[in-house]
Write a protein that binds this ligand. Structure first.
Ligand code: SDX
Length: 377
């Protein structure tokens, strides 16, 4: 195999079809089952978008009510999951808590990982497992932040829908509609993005006929990396390093001289800007106004204007979502777990799609080690 055949990082390689989403860098657009993500973020509750990703159509009022009823049944933090999370050292990364919790949810699910032969489960079982994970993750993420702060668990409230209840369980205060709307938009924008690294990881695991929970645990591991999901957390570390807008130029001089990757910028597919950024930026603007924090926007704008001017590399979704989550009050370490709570809908949609049209994913490699040799006898 000659070098030109090798496509490191599978860059630009189309490995399969998907009907779940379409990322189009030429038109800078993102469609979930044919709907522009901007329209979904402006009009739908996150529960409806989860339904759309799993089922291919937006839910009727009755279908949405049924999903919401099921989601409410699985919201509370299960005792065994709390016990498992409590075994994770407080100074471990919260993504380790999430990964552990997802694994235990699988192991303890009566229809869970099952025997080797039927691990992959039926489509009905996998949809049920998807909804269960979707419902259970907010309490797991919320508990992770509260335990690190030394705060008690806040029980879910059935009078609140998904996004409002997520904020309630995290902060224990009545969520403001402006904040609920911005948070809901972020969950929709993070939900799905074709064959990104964590989703493709989930598809590889599914392709061996392994179970849905194992595929989600693998995806969580992939998302933890700062080149992927961990970038939104890294954006806040950069903001903390810079401090204020006036320091941007000097900070960038040093960072670029050190050849640092500026987190929250660049993308493997989008090369002229991430289609989701304008919608998330509008949500950030609403939060800046709500909390009266103009200095956050000044730093955000100065850094992005300066970096784009110098390198022609544009912000991705993690750039506006980091400061938005910070304004809402999430700890920086909680940012990537929030990404998990959203992307579990896209991951499970892809797991079900992969399971339906299964082909073992197993690429080739070109050997470049030492030539064949033999042990002297
Ligand atoms: C997500 O795939 C998805 O869809 C992911 C995602 C999703 O929804 O699932 O959109 C979510 O992961 C968004 C990306 C979050 N990651 C970051 O913000 C980390 C910083 N970004 C970079 O690491 C980088 O832009 C990547 C990894 C995102 C994409 O990199 P590519 O496509 O492999 O491009 P590259 O690394 O080869 O960069 C090309 C050039 C390089 O310079 P040279 O070596 O050619 O001189 O651009 C430079 C890079 O050094 N570059 C950057 C940069 N991004 C690219 N330089 C500084 N800072 C950056 N952020």
């Amino acid at each position: 195999m000659s070098d030109p055949d090798i496509r490191k990082g599978l860059a630009g390689v189309v490995v399969d079809t998907t009907a779940i989403s379409k990322v189009n860098p030429d038109t800078n657009s993102l469609l979930y089952r044919g709907y522009p993500v901007q329209e979904l973020a402006a009009t739908q509750p996150f529960e409806a978008v989860a339904y759309l990703l799993w089922n291919g159509e937006l839910p009727t009022a009755d279908q949405l009510a049924a999903l919401r009823a099921t989601e409410r049944q699985h919201r509370a933090l299960a005792a065994n999951v709390k016990t498992a999370i409590d075994l994770v050292p407080l100074d471990a990364h919260p993504m380790d808590e999430i990964r552990t919790a997802a694994s235990l949810l699988g192991a303890s699910d009566a229809t869970g990982s099952g025997s080797v032969l039927d691990a992959s489960g039926t489509p009905e079982q996998n949809l049920e497992r998807s909804i269960r994970l979707f419902a259970a993750l907010p309490a797991i993420v919320a508990y992770g932040q509260r335990r690190r702060r030394g705060e008690d668990i806040v029980a879910p409230r059935d009078d609140l829908d998904y996004s409002a209840n997520f904020l309630w369980m995290t902060f224990g205060t009545e969520p403001d509609p402006v904040v609920v709307d911005a948070f809901n938009r972020s969950m929709i924008l993070y939900a799905e993005h074709s064959f990104n690294a964590s989703t493709f990881t989930a598809r590889v695991i599914t392709s061996t006929l392994s179970d849905l929970y194992s595929a989600v645990v693998g995806a969580i591991g992939a998302l933890k990396g700062p080149l992927h999901g961990g970038a939104n957390e890294a954006v806040l570390h950069i903001f903390d390093e810079i401090g204020e807008a006036a320091n941007v130029n000097a900070w960038l001089d040093t960072a670029l001289a050190e050849k640092r990757k500026i987190m929250g910028f660049g993308h493997r597919v989008y090369k002229h800007g991430d289609s989701r950024v304008p919608t998330m930026k509008a949500a950030l603007d609403s939060l800046v106004e709500h909390y009266d924090r103009p200095e956050v926007l000044a730093l955000y704008t100065r850094l992005s204007d300066e970096f784009v001017a110098r390198k022609g590399i544009y912000p991705n979704l993690d750039y506006p979502s980091g400061p938005a989550y910070n304004l809402i009050g999430f700890d920086t370490l909680t940012f990537t777990p929030l990404f998990v709570a959203s992307r579990v809908t896209g991951w499970t949609a892809h797991i079900m799609e992969q399971a339906a049209s299964n082909a073992l994913i197993r690429p080739l490699s070109a050997y470049d080690g030492v030539p064949e040799r033999h042990i002297a006898v």
